[in-house]
Design a protein around this ligand. Structure first.
Ligand SMILES: O=P(O)(O)OC[C@H]1O[C@H](O[C@H]2O[C@H](CO)[C@@H](O)[C@H](O)[C@H]2O)[C@H](O)[C@@H](O)[C@@H]1O
Ligand code: UDP
Length: 930
């Protein structure tokens, strides 16, 4: 194996924990493989004495029906044989299943069982043909309706030779899915052209029926993928046609590595939210492991749509929901620049170039190459050219505009209209500025073959790309690749993705500003050779380094890595609560304590903040409707004590739990009540509340300035909530607020500032659920006259990080400062904040302790509540040893179930995803104990 610098560091047994480190390592290894391949090709050439066909040429030949050896397999085999791994053994390349609406070839039927295959045009095909690192197979529609089985079988066989696998879509599906939902709804919407009126969809069609066809078609693609999928394959789904595919695939096999890439822009969330099926589409895409876009802007829009429409969390890495991260990133596509550069040397292209030079001698050539699509801004381009001719009569016989307009989606009425519109404008301008022998615009409604296109690019002085919106626009890249001798000028729409990469070298224009485009034409035609050279250098460097191959390799490398990353994350996420075990242990214990949170633990799940009209309802927390029965049964069991431990105030808990026989601990345990008795306070003595007015002042300020935010004043805390506000604005405001609270005038007050996912809470120092629990426990033990220790604890809640000390309070595996409970060895697991672990011994009788001295047991009137001094338990968290007469807790680790709800980054032992799961578990528990 050839010597290299990279091998020394490449130890496959060590996986870097940092993503960038892993991706850099991957990149080095790819470079190494390329060097190896290059050397082997050179060696082979030396032996044979003849230059080898490049892989791309080979591939293009493979796809060209006129070539004899048209088997892609050959290329792949050669690769497999030449690739070596780090240990020198041949490496088999990873299998890549590319799933796109269109196959790189389209089929034309020649007889009942005879098909010919033509290469499809379009940026996606061009880009993916440049991918060499993987053993790729294509899955897609062959662009033709094949109703008969014999025809399907014959076509499948022909396509197999090209490593293509067909998905057969019937005419109606194509009509509703491809012409309808894809190209009449999603395409214009994603390009900011808005949605069609429902009545313009035709009587037999509606959003609903087209969407249904879309889902059906996506499922058909998924079925074919599933038939061909082998463990370890990477599945790469492409474009707006297949937004449902990631979901379908993951439902079939959650282990599948699935990536999805969008070739169009992704619009602002304000545009996307107009789409009736907006949420379904976003959720389906998010099932992928990696979601890619051409530019950072599109990625940003997508993340923003997920946060604003679905209410999910947007992070710098992607979109997070319930601990599952879908990575979202920008992967700008490129072309196989070498292929274009090499093509210029081909004799056929040289001939073309000569012909074109002769034909347009004495005139500057301007070029437009576009599919005849409204997003390409063809009318705007022609009108700008007309304005230029109008204002510059000297140029009228010295410049020609060649416009190649490739027919596309000709069954969609909007495209038909565009064709007539363009023809009409071209006719008018040619009539206005043409002569008997020449016309200013040569407009062709057809496609050109590759060589003719390269020749055209090469003779062009000014390329004009005026897309109103364009995912990337590869034509601009191809033009640059073919211009190394001429160094022509690129006029490029600022609304094409390419503007982000070629912006510095091109003249950027707003295609809607006809005056600006016309002036830019003048500027380009008159540009000095020095300036053209400088601009071209910049663009050429970009196009030749950011290739299609780089694009695909980077995407797949990141896709592979998201799976590594997910595994690393999963290691930190606790397992789901095993219901059967928790129930079994419950049944075999004699004195059980169930501590339950309220909000997002026992409440009815609310869908998303985007559900307008439900906000008022959501703001009033309500008990899950299915909970009544099991909760009653569990509360009525004499061997079970239930405590609802919540941040909510007393009224909320009274309203929701008044009818059950249980304990209520409001305001993070600062108030306690058995439902049969009165509220009492458990607040520590001397709880300093002097900060309340200042914090309230700050909260009022931010509430006034943040529409749809609100704050709640409780006895021991204030909570500012921006759940219903604009997510991004809310977050910015929260950051400002936090900064002010941490560093401003109240920074020295005795408060804890706690940041929630959409809230900021300020509490008196030391107020946490964990800090309150031993006082609560003491009171319960006393009040229930417990005589046997608690031998089973289940603590379930959607608690803020600060309140997770309640989980650690009971944790038998953490070291204790008393010997009251037998514990196993200390673990390196979650750390207990400070030395908060209480003695778990409490007095059998509380007479003589502060706990029993009455104050806290008297009920509190509403009038007293606001001004109530801190008092009562004093140092009750640590009763003196002489007062302890028996162990309250006798908990071994198998009988302890701490469980976080919907917060995977937790110190709890287990996880439940939602309140639905909590309810389902409690139901089973109640039923099992009947
Ligand atoms: O297959 P068609 O419906 O005839 O359309 C052809 C392709 O058009 C779109 O291309 C996009 O992809 C290019 C490469 O990423 C990008 O440069 C361009 O800006 C996009 O418009 C479409 O997204 C493809 O799926 C179609 O195959
Ligand atoms: O007659 C033609 C005109 C264009 N193209 C190819 O079509 C693609 C157009 O890609 P682009 O990204 O510019 O736009 P899209 O059509 O994909 O929206 C480019 O690779 C062109 O080389 C082609 O094969 N034949």
């Amino acid at each position: 194996m050839p010597g290299n610098n990279y091998n020394a560091n490449s130890d496959s047994s060590h996986i870097p924990t940092n993503r960038i480190d892993r991706l850099l390592r991957d990149k080095r290894e790819r470079e190494l493989r390329k060097i190896n391949r290059g050397q082997q090709v050179n060696d082979a050439n030396d032996i044979n004495g003849v230059p080898e066909l490049s892989e791309y040429d080979q591939r293009a030949r493979d796809l060209d029906p006129s070539t004899v050896d048209n088997d892609l397999e050959g290329v792949t085999k050669a690769h497999n044989e030449t690739c070596e791994g780090r240990d020198g053994r041949p490496l088999s390349r990873q299998r890549l299943l590319v799933v796109a609406n269109r196959l790189p070839v389209y089929a034309v039927r020649r007889g009942e069982e005879s098909w010919s295959l033509e290469v499809s045009a379009g940026g996606l095909v061009t880009a993916l043909l440049g991918v060499k690192e993987f053993e790729a197979r294509w899955i897609g529609w062959a662009g033709v309706n094949v109703p008969d089985v014999r025809g399907q079988e014959a076509l499948t066989k022909s396509l197999a030779e090209k490593r293509c696998i067909p998905v057969f879509l019937d005419e109606d599906i194509v009509h509703q899915y491809y012409n309808g939902y894809c190209n009449n709804i999603l395409w214009p919407l994603f390009h900011y052209l808005g949605l069609p009126q429902e009545d313009r969809l035709a009587t037999t069609r509606s959003f609903q029926s087209q969407f249904a066809a879309y889902i059906k078609a996506n499922q058909m693609f998924a079925d074919v993928v599933n038939q061909h999928y082998k463990e370890g394959d990477v599945v790469w789904c492409h474009d707006y046609h297949l937004m449902f595919l990631p979901k379908c695939l993951k439902e079939y096999n959650s282990e599948m590595k699935v990536g999805w890439f969008l070739h169009t822009p992704f619009p602002s969330s304000e545009i996307h939210r107009t789409l009736p099926s907006r949420s379904d589409l976003l959720r389906a895409v998010l099932a992928a492991d990696l979601v890619g876009f051409h530019t950072y802007d599109y990625a940003r829009h997508f993340v923003s749509a997920c946060t604003r429409i679905l209410g999910y969390e947007g992070t710098p890495d992607g979109v997070e929901n319930q601990g599952r991260l879908t990575r979202v990133a920008a992967f700008p596509i490129g072309i196989d620049s070498d292929r274009f550069i090499r093509a210029l040397e081909v004799p056929q292209v040289q001939d073309h170039i000569r012909e074109l030079k002769d034909t347009f001698a004495g005139r500057k050539v301007m070029l437009g190459v576009d599919r005849l699509d409204m997003i390409k801004g063809i009318p705007q381009k022609i009108l700008a050219f007309e304005k230029f001719l109008e204002e510059n009569p000297d140029w009228r016989d010295k410049v020609v505009l060649l416009q190649i307009a490739v027919p596309t989606r000709t069954d969609v009425p909007e495209y038909q209209k565009l064709t007539s519109q363009v023809h009409e404008i071209v006719g008018r301008i040619n009539g206005r500025f043409g002569t008997l022998t020449t016309v200013p615009i040569h407009h062709l409604d057809r496609s050109l073959d590759f060589h003719a296109l390269c020749a055209l690019y090469a003779v062009t002085d000014v390329a004009l790309v005026t897309s109103l919106r364009d995912g990337m626009n590869l034509v601009s890249y191809e033009f640059v690749a073919c211009q190394d001798s001429k160094k022509g000028v690129l006029i490029l729409s600022e609304f094409a993705g390419a503007a982000q990469s070629l912006g510095a070298g091109a003249i950027l224009v707003n295609p809607w500003n006809i005056t600006e485009v016309a002036a830019s034409i003048g500027r380009a035609l008159n540009m000095s050779p020095e300036e053209r050279e400088k601009r071209h250098r910049h663009n050429f460097l970009h196009v030749t380094t950011h290739t299609a191959q780089e694009w695909a390799e980077t995407f797949v490398s990141e896709l592979n890595d998201t799976v590594v990353e997910a595994q690393l994350r999963i290691r930190q996420v606790p397992p789901n609560l095993q219901d059967a075990n928790a129930i079994e242990r419950y049944l075999h214990s004699t004195n059980r304590l169930l501590i339950l949170g309220f909000n997002a633990t026992l409440t009815e799940p609310v869908d998303t903040p985007g559900r307008r009209g439900d906000q008022i309802k959501e703001m009033e927390l309500e008990l899950h409707p299915d909970l009544k029965e099991p909760l009653t049964a569990l509360c009525d069991d004499p061997k079970t004590t239930i405590v609802v431990l919540s941040g909510s105030d007393r009224n909320v808990l009274d309203d929701n739990f008044g009818e059950y026989d249980m304990w209520l601990a409001a305001e993070n345990g600062m108030f306690l009540r058995r439902t049969k008795g009165e509220w009492m306070t458990t607040m520590p003595e001397h709880l300093n509340m002097d900060w309340v007015d200042s914090v309230k002042h700050v909260f009022e300020y931010f509430t006034e300035r943040t529409p749809r935010s609100h704050f709640e004043q409780r006895e021991t805390s204030l909570v500012w909530n921006y759940k219903y506000a604009d997510v991004e604005f809310g977050r910015i405001q929260a950051r400002d607020m936090l900064q002010h609270l941490w560093t401003g005038p109240i920074s020295n007050a005795s408060v804890d500032v706690v940041q929630g996912s959409r809230s900021v809470e300020v509490r008196a120092v030391g107020v946490t659920k964990g800090a309150a629990i031993d006082r609560i426990l003491g009171e319960i033990v006393h009040s229930k006259s417990m005589t046997t220790p608690i031998d089973y604890v289940l603590c379930i809640g959607h608690f803020l990080g600060k309140d997770e000390d309640v989980y650690t309070f009971f944790e038998p595996e953490l070291p204790s400062d008393t010997g009251s409970i037998s514990r196993s060895k200390p673990t390196d697991g979650p750390k207990l904040p400070g030395d908060r672990r209480p003695s778990l011994k409490l007095p059998a009788s509380r007479s003589g302790t502060k706990l029993s001295q009455g104050k806290m047991q008297r009920s509190i009137t509403n009038a007293e509540r606001r001004t109530m001094p801190s008092h009562n338990f004093g140092n009750a968290r640590r009763p003196t040893p002489e007062k302890m007469s028996w162990n309250v807790l006798d908990l071994n680790k198998e009988n302890y179930f701490s469980c976080s709800v919907g917060r995977p980054r937790t110190n709890a032992r287990f996880l439940l995803q939602s309140s639905d799961e909590v309810v389902s578990f409690l139901k089973q528990l109640a039923e099992a104990s009947l």
